[in-house]
Ligand binder design. Structure first.
Ligand code: CU
Length: 196
C-alpha cells in the first residue's frame, strides 16, 4: 500500500514538474546572446549586410592609415570565366600595408552574393573577417584597415558552391604571402577536375 502511494506521488511530481523542466529547456530570447548581433559589428537590412565595418580603428602595428584605396567590385554571372557560373569584376587587389580599403560591392545578379575577407587581425575583426553581403540588384559600401604585415587574404562568397563556381579572389598586402590556388584567371586549382 505504501509502495503504491509512493509510486503515485512520484508520478504526480513528474507530471507537475514537466512544464518547469520544459520552460528551463526553452530558448529565452532576452537572455540568448545569439539573437543580439550588435556585438558582432553586424548591420543588416533588406538590401544586405555589413559585418565589421572599420573606418577608423588602426591595427596596433600601424601609426596611421597609409593610403585610402577605393575598390569597386561588381559581381554577377556576366563576369564568369569560361566553365564557371559566377565572377567578380576583378579577382585580385594589391594594396599597401596599413591601407584603408573602401569597398563598394555591386550585385548585378538576381541572387545574393558575398565579398568576404578572411585573415584580418582578430582583435579588431571578430573571426578575422570583414564581410559584405548584398541581395540581387543592390549595392553596399563599407571600409576596413589592413595591418602592416605582408599578407595574402582570401576573398570569397560563402554561399553554397559560389566559391567553386568562380567567386574567389585575393587581397595582396605589400609583398604578399602564399598565393591562393584556384583563383579564376590567376592560378590553377590545387586539385583540377579530371574528364577522362
Ligand atoms: Cu554568391
Amino acid at each position: 500500500m505504501i509502495g503504491r502511494a509512493w509510486v503515485l506521488l512520484s508520478m504526480i511530481l513528474m507530471v507537475a514538474g514537466l512544464p518547469v523542466f520544459a520552460w528551463a529547456q526553452m530558448d529565452h530570447p532576452k537572455k540568448n546572446k545569439n539573437v543580439d548581433h550588435s556585438d558582432h559589428g553586424m548591420i543588416l537590412d533588406r538590401e544586405g549586410m555589413v559585418m565589421n565595418h572599420n573606418p577608423d580603428q588602426l591595427p596596433e602595428d600601424c601609426d596611421a592609415v597609409s593610403s585610402d584605396v577605393q575598390i569597386d567590385v561588381r559581381v554577377g554571372t556576366k563576369f564568369a570565366r569560361t566553365g564557371l557560373t559566377f565572377g567578380y569584376s576583378q579577382h585580385e587587389w594589391r594594396v599597401a600595408p596599413c591601407s584603408r580599403l573602401n569597398i563598394t560591392f555591386v550585385n548585378e545578379d538576381q541572387v545574393r552574393h558575398q565579398w568576404m575577407v578572411h585573415g584580418l587581425p582578430k582583435y579588431l575583426y571578430p573571426q578575422g573577417m570583414f564581410h559584405l553581403e548584398v541581395n540581387g540588384g543592390f549595392r553596399k559600401s563599407a571600409s576596413f584597415i589592413v595591418s602592416s604585415d605582408d599578407a595574402t587574404l582570401l576573398v570569397h562568397c560563402d554561399i553554397s558552391h559560389h566559391m567553386e563556381q568562380g567567386l574567389k579572389g585575393q587581397i595582396v598586402v605589400g609583398g604578399g604571402a602564399l598565393d591562393i590556388p584556384g583563383i579564376p584567371g590567376l592560378y590553377a586549382p590545387l586539385f583540377p577536375d579530371k574528364y577522362p
